[in-house]
Design a binder for this molecule. Structure first.
Ligand SMILES: Nc1ncnc2c1ncn2[C@@H]1O[C@H](COP(=O)(O)OP(=O)(O)OP(=O)(O)O)[C@@H](O)[C@H]1O
Ligand SMILES: [Ca+2]
Ligand SMILES: [Ca+2]
Length: 580
């Protein structure tokens, strides 16, 4: 996969930056900067240096030899990730060869409304300090409050020049970034938003100042990899933030180590997610389709233009992989090469240090980097994974929006499906049951241990923000109140909340399915006619049922075969889920 052994390209960092925007089919990404002979990782966040005009950075470092030859591992270590080219083209207008930004006053700007309705007079309220960071869309400065409750307090101000907003999409992105930041603020692992200002030239987003630097810098300063216990601390904080976002119906879409900051230089400093510039609302029954994010971290289904919150979980899988081994799981010299790797190749778990890491750590990463998004862990499930469970008191498992989706599909399924799922639920492990118990408790069962359809709304309302309205998560659970279905006890809740796809993604799937079939044989299997089975499955009369279903029924006694049983289970999670 994507390994480069070619002659090194001798370019300055600036030239390398520009290469990534060339109009070639294969867009060449910047090479990893020069590695030292002692240690194959380069200095933290070299991208920052490209922008800062300090004398030490004025001479571009040359790449004197093929850096990859020095790496023992198959992939080079992380570096600042670049946004996907298609994203920049859509957001900044068409990207021309060797041209990363559109010149001011270009044609596409005509008629764009760049007023946001934010407060004016930023200068009256804050004194801007020095630049502390920079990205594609803006730069960030420290500042000091001059008035009001933030008087004397140091803050961070992300400055987004209006001249960079050359398309309606770019303007909409800024509007949404502020709206989402404002709505989600208050969570411990999300940067605290204070206020947004605008003048003729800039938008100023005022937020809490995180003084501890980016997670990427921390990874690099530690030699490219984290000990497992420290990686767990980081993962828990990332998942706490993302589980909260997903419950509100917000998908971040740009999760990468550069977008997590430590509040201070302390060892135990809190980690905060920043940069909601590409975030969006996603309705529980909707798929997004615009290709957004940064190449190394992008999920396969994003490249296929049909995705939801699971795409963030993939990016978290990439971060976890990097934290634990110091290398990127999918790497190539070109953007299209990275995409090919993401779509087609499996990350390596054979090279060091993987064989020395715990089986739970490897399982955790593998279950996030599953190319089938339906088999991937949700954020709430990842927090319940044995690798993290009981690691610290910091784990706050919130309600998981996958539960109402699965329950809706279950309710719509046939009685035979329900029996089959009931049998499957009896094979769940203690760890799986612990997650479900937690979710059941969050739904607030009554004294008899039953939950009703109204409970879903209550569970979501408890932590609802303005974002849950905008994303229609609240509307979605509101519709549950009108579903006519009996109250669920924990046993039926488990049957209803099983994701067959996720179970299928586990190595123990065959065992689950066999055991469940044995139970089903005892309690639920019965002779069934092909026509009856077809109607149970909701197959249309045009389907040649005798051909399609012939292996589903055992010839000896006319009951469901193992294959039929597995297909029946499957029908519930794939077909019905899409409709739910
Ligand atoms: N609250 C903050 N405290 C300290 N530094 C910050 C803060 N917010 C942002 N920064 C710094 O500024 C950099 C750029 O900010 P941000 O990621 O929001 O910009 P961007 O232009 O949207 O970036 P990208 O190119 O990733 O889209 C960050 O990587 C970080 O180093
Ligand atoms: Ca960023
Ligand atoms: Ca951004």
């Amino acid at each position: 996969m994507g390994l480069c052994h070619g002659k090194p390209i001798e370019t300055s960092p600036t030239q390398r930056e520009n290469q990534s925007f060339q109009n070639d089919k294969e867009v060449v990404l910047p090479l990893p900067p020069r590695s030292s002979s002692k240690f194959p990782f380069y200095s933290p966040s070299p991208l920052h240096k490209f922008f800062k005009n300090s004398p030490s950075n004025s001479t571009p470092s040359s790449v004197s030899s093929t850096p990859l030859r020095l790496f023992k591992r198959p992939f080079p270590p992380p570096s600042p990730a670049k946004h996907i080219r298609a994203l920049l083209a859509r957001r900044h207008g068409s990207v021309k060869p060797n041209e990363a930004t559109i010149p001011e006053g270009s044609e596409c700007e005509v008629g764009l409304d760049k007023s946001f309705g934010f407060s004016k007079q930023f200068e009256v309220h804050y004194e801007l300090g020095e630049e502390i960071g920079r990205g594609h869309f803006g730069y960030t400065c420290s500042a000091k409050g001059k008035k009001g409750s933030l008087k004397g307090q140091e803050v961070a101000v992300k400055v987004i020049p209006k001249s960079k907003m050359t398309t309606a999409i770019a303007i909409e992105d800024v509007r949404r970034e502020v709206k989402i930041l404002r709505a989600l603020t208050g969570h411990k692992n999300l940067v605290q938003f204070y206020e947004a200002y605008e003048d003729d030239n800039n938008v100023h987003i005022v937020m809490e100042l995180c003084k501890g630097g980016e997670l990427l810098d921390k990874i690099l300063s530690r030699g490219g990899k984290y000990p497992e216990e420290d990686a767990k601390d980081v993962m828990i904080q990332i998942l706490n933030a993302v589980a909260f976002c997903h419950l509100q119906g917000v998908v971040h879409r740009d999760l990468k180590p550069e977008n997590f900051l430590f509040t201070s230089k302390d060892e135990n400093s809190t980690l905060k997610a920043i940069d909601f510039g590409l975030s969006d609302y996603v309705k529980p029954d909707e798929r997004l389709n615009d290709i957004v994010g940064s190449a190394y971290y992008v999920a396969p289904e994003v490249l296929h233009r049909s995705y939801g919150t699971e795409a963030d979980m993939w990016s978290i899988g990439v971060i976890a992989y990097i934290l634990l081994c110091g290398s990127r799981p999918f790497w190539a010299r070109t953007e299209s090469g990275i995409f090919r790797a993401v779509l087609k190749t499996d990350p390596s778990f054979d090279e060091g240090p993987w064989p020395s890491l715990s089986a739970n750590a490897i399982d955790f990463v593998k279950r996030l980097l599953n190319k089938d998004y339906r088999k991937r862990l949700t954020a709430a499930q990842a927090l319940s994974h044995p690798w993290l469970a009981n690691h610290s008191d910091d784990i706050r498992i919130p309600f998981d929006m996958i539960i109402p989706k699965l329950i809706k599909a279950y309710i719509c399924s046939s009685p035979l499906c329900k029996t089959a799922l009931g049998a499957l639920a009896k094979t769940l492990t203690l760890v799986q049951l612990a997650y479900l118990k937690e979710q059941f408790t969050l739904l607030g069962p009554n004294k008899s241990g039953l939950i009703s359809m109204q409970n879903f709304k209550m569970a979501v309302l408890k932590s609802a923000t303005d974002a849950s309205k905008e994303s229609r998560v609240l509307d979605y659970v509101n519709t549950f109140s009108s579903i006519q279905y009996q109250k669920l006890d924990f046993e039926e809740f488990c049957a209803a909340s099983i994701s067959v796809h996720q179970l299928e993604g586990m190595e123990s799937w065959e065992q689950h399915a066999r055991t469940a079939y044995e139970l089903f044989e005892k309690d639920g299997n019965r002779p069934i006619m092909v026509e009856e089975l077809a109607s149970e499955l909701g197959l249309s009369p045009s389907v040649p049922v005798h051909v399609v279903l012939q292996d589903w029924i055992r010839h000896s006694d006319g009951k469901l075969s193992f294959l039929g049983f597995v297909r029946l289970l499957h029908g519930v999670s794939s077909r019905t889920l899409q409709k739910a």
